[in-house]
Design a protein around this ligand. Structure first.
Ligand code: CO
Length: 285
């Protein structure tokens, strides 16, 4: 199988969400800018509390999963199902909103750096109305694979084969079979990541820059590089090294109807979600 080429670039657009949290949105920054099964990818990164202190007060979700991965800082999650969790550096929260949840995500710091990512992963029609599920994954449960030359790969979801060993992340068993790697490479280092040929894949560069594919086509800082078909991903770090997310998953192949925090298959289902939220049925089991 060939090496996946770069198919297109999405620059992360500076925007704000929640009660005014400044962030950089690549996937989901424009209507239809998705890569099945991934709907949205946000990077939040600021040393200025004015950019994040207002957080994400109570808001609903239905029809998909939200994945929060913290690099720096602390955020507390609370939801309508009674779950509470505190996310610190390196921790992950994997929440399947499914039929509905109302949650808040609030910074637990008044100074310093807040940095991390939120990824939205779609659910197939057959799973959109299942009961919600929620998991906090402490950093210690995420395998960190040392790479040649001082790099590393953290395996948040799926499995990563390297130097003859297979490393499985704490999240598995999902129908979209997501691969979620956080990779750090020193200058000019190379890495190959195997991906099932039928899956979609992308890289998001959050430090430095990297090249991808047989011709090492450049993906600049704060860009998502959507990859074409192939059996594996060849990554080459730029002259200053690179830190990046490597995401892949099985495409769902169903119509997507989205209205803000609701992602269903049809407009009627969106209207139902809005009505259910207004009348309190969305979050009531
Ligand atoms: Co949310």
């Amino acid at each position: 199988m060939p090496s996946r080429p770069l198919a297109s670039l999405i620059p992360a657009a500076a925007t704000s969400d929640g009660a005014g949290v400044r962030l950089y949105r690549s996937l989901g920054s424009q209507r239809g800018l998705r890569l099945d099964p991934f709907l949205m990818l946000d990077e939040f990164f600021s040393d200025d509390p004015g950019d994040y202190i207002a957080g994400f007060p109570s808001h609903p979700h239905r029809g998909f999963e939200t994945v929060t991965y913290m690099l720096d800082g602390h955020m507390r999650h609370e939801d309508s199902a009674g779950n509470r969790g505190d996310l610190g550096p390196g921790d992950v929260q994997w929440m399947s909103a499914a039929r509905g949840i109302v949650h808040s995500e609030m910074p637990q710091q008044e100074a310093g750096r807040l940095r991390g990512f939120q990824l939205w992963v779609n659910l197939p029609a057959a799973e959109k109305m299942r009961p919600p599920a929620w998991r906090d994954i402490p950093s210690a449960l995420i395998p960190t694979v040392p790479l040649e030359g001082g790099g590393q790969a953290r395996v948040v979801a799926g499995s990563f084969e390297h130097a003859g060993s297979r490393h499985a992340g704490p999240v598995g068993g999902l129908s979209t079979e997501p691969l979620y790697l956080d990779i750090r490479l020193p200058a000019a280092a190379r890495l190959q990541v195997a991906t099932p040929a039928a899956h979609n894949a992308l890289l998001y560069i959050y430090e430095g820059e990297a090249g991808v594919g047989p011709d090492a086509q450049a993906i600049p800082h704060r860009h998502a590089g959507l990859l074409g078909p192939g059996g594996h991903i060849d990554i080459r770090a730029g002259a200053a090294g690179a830190a990046l997310l490597c995401l892949a998953g099985r495409p769902i192949g169903e119509p997507v109807a989205q209205y803000g925090p609701f992602v269903m298959n049809t407009r009627e289902e969106i209207e139902q979600a809005i009505d259910d939220y207004r009348t309190g049925r969305l979050q009531s089991g």
